[in-house]
Design a protein around this ligand. Structure first.
Ligand code: NDP
Ligand code: 2IT
Length: 453
């Protein structure tokens, strides 16, 4: 075995990650956040650093990149780039969403696939980590253009995925409609009706509550955290960013549990509704986003009691008890974190992946508030995806009540694992540390069993 001196220190490890991944800041950021906790924990655990486990998890099994050509409604040929990052399949088939957004790069997908590896391990289900997507911008595209793009994307992707190989799902810009077009094309090419994608429609192999699961799960996780302080959601105010799948369902669950939602946003700005964004208003936003495909700015025309803040403004300056970033990565920086803390925010549950930058993470950790990283709190979506895979394999479907209970149990289980590895001597739980270590340990132990592969 190698000598102990091969176990580099944290700064040298990060420097190596930076050197090997030039121009990939999101990936370096995600690895740094995990490495900060793992290095401390494995300090006295020779087997993990001798086997270079973190170094290996931080090197994707493979990154597949491909050209996606499609024809727009005017007959013009358009060329996009597509990727699938298969990060790690030590505990199950690669699993993770597909993102269509102009900001998608290899760095973004590598960070997401890396995070997904830990998140999926935390669920307790047998799923490895992967992520895919394209720099395709779905905004303003017709349904036919979306279909042609999805078909072209799948025409390359199909050869890399499979029900026991790699099972993609939705993410930003990819919902039920896009999954339908991609599943249809997969089935057409392969003649196989298998659970190769999750987030499918209920008529063709989808699972109940998959649509709601990420947002609901983030609120269940929040509930679990608040319970450790003898608190609950009823009567509390919540600031939420985003207005897509995760944000609207997080809002719905906050409202159902007696909380008051003050904000929603999109990439252009946010709306602040001091009267609260209740279920009827959430339904209106869902229709705006999923059917009319409009912008959150339209909200104030329908509900004049609210104000709109444009120019890409973010909602973190609105005083609140609870914050749920549910839009995208790095949407909450160190300054935003300080503002939330100064305004008395007591808990943050991330619905998005890595929405808080490293300064923000450090600020929340130092303030010792209840702070859940996305890999723990937004795992409800992929967990129900895992349940969709089980139902597909067994060729059956479970009832809604059963699935609701399973989702709640899984979120409670993730919370327990965070406590186990994140609770300090002073009784405070560092959920980032807990999630990182618990996720790492499961994958690492599987990797040790396989030897050097
Ligand atoms: P949607 O496409 O349904 O919604 C995305 C929302 O975020 C929209 O309101 C969008 O606004 C906003 N947004 C996207 N990009 C940016 C940006 N660069 N700056 C500001 N706002 C932005 O996606 P989801 O709700 O599914 O995903 C939201 C987050 O949750 C992502 O981080 C995703 O990875 C994560 N997540 C999703 C899961 C799922 O099951 N869907 C599971 C776990 C995590 P606009 O319309 O202007 O683009
Ligand atoms: O980030 C995520 O966990 C997702 N986009 C969901 C992945 C999935 O496979 O359901």
């Amino acid at each position: 075995m190698p000598a102990a001196e091969d176990h580099v220190d944290l700064p040298r490890f990060i420097a190596g990650v930076e050197k090997r991944n030039p121009g990939q800041p999101e990936f370096v950021q995600a690895v740094t956040e995990v490495a900060e906790d793992i290095f401390e924990w494995i300090g006295d655990k020779v087997k993990y650093h001798e086997a270079q486990i973190l170094r290996r998890i931080a090197e994707p099994d493979r990154v597949i990149s491909f050209r996606v050509c499609w024809q727009d409604d005017k007959g013009h040929i358009r060329v996009q780039r597509g990727w699938r990052v298969q990060n790690n399949n030590s505990i199950g088939p690669y699993k993770g969403g597909i993102r269509f957004h102009p900001s998608v790069t290899e760095s973004v997908l590598k960070f997401l696939a890396f995070e997904q590896t830990f998140k999926n391990a935390l669920t307790g289900l047998p799923m490895g980590g992967g992520k895919g997507g394209s720099n395709f911008n779905p905004k303003g595209k017709s349904a036919n253009e979306i279909m042609r793009f999805c078909q072209s994307f799948m025409t390359e992707l199909y050869r890399h995925i499979g029900a026991d190989v790699d099972v993609p799902a939705g993410d930003i810009g990819v919902g039920g409609r896009e999954i339908g077009y991609m599943f249809g094309q997969y089935k057409r090419i392969t003649n196989n009706f298998t659970g190769v994608l999750t987030g499918k429609g209920l008529e063709w192999g989808g699972s109940l509550i998959r649509t709601e699961a990420t947002g609901y799960g983030a609120v269940y996780f929040l509930q679990n955290m608040l319970k450790t302080k003898g608190e609950d959601i009823a009567g509390k105010t919540a600031v939420i960013s985003g207005s897509g799948n995760v944000a609207t369902h997080a809002a719905e669950k906050i409202v159902a549990l007696g909380g008051k939602v003050l904000t929603l946003s999109d990439s252009d700005g946010f709306v602040h509704d001091p009267d609260g964004i209740g279920q009827d208003k959430i339904d209106w936003v869902k229709d705006l986003k999923n059917v009319r495909r409009g912008r959150i700015a339209d909200y104030v025309k329908e509900f004049p009691g609210a104000t709109y803040h444009g120019d890409g403004a973010r909602p973190w300056g609105v005083p609140c008890d609870l914050a749920l970033p549910c839009a995208t990565q790095n949407e909450l920086d160190g300054k935003d974190a300080e503002t939330l803390l100064a305004n008395g925010c007591m808990a943050v549950s991330e619905g998005a992946n890595m929405p808080t930058d490293l300064d923000g993470v450090h600020a929340f950790k130092a303030a010792k508030i209840l702070y859940a990283p996305g890999k723990a709190s937004n795992a409800g979506g992929v967990a129900v995806s895992g349940l969709e895979m089980s139902q597909n394999s067994a060729r059956m479907s479970w009832k809604e009540a059963e699935l609701q209970t399973m989702l709640q149990d899984i979120m409670a289980g993730i919370h327990e694992r965070c406590l186990e590895y994140g609770r300090g001597a002073d009784g405070h739980t560092d959920y980032v540390k807990g999630a990182n270590i618990a996720g790492f340990k499961k994958v690492a132990d599987a990797m040790l069993a396989y030897g050097v592969v």
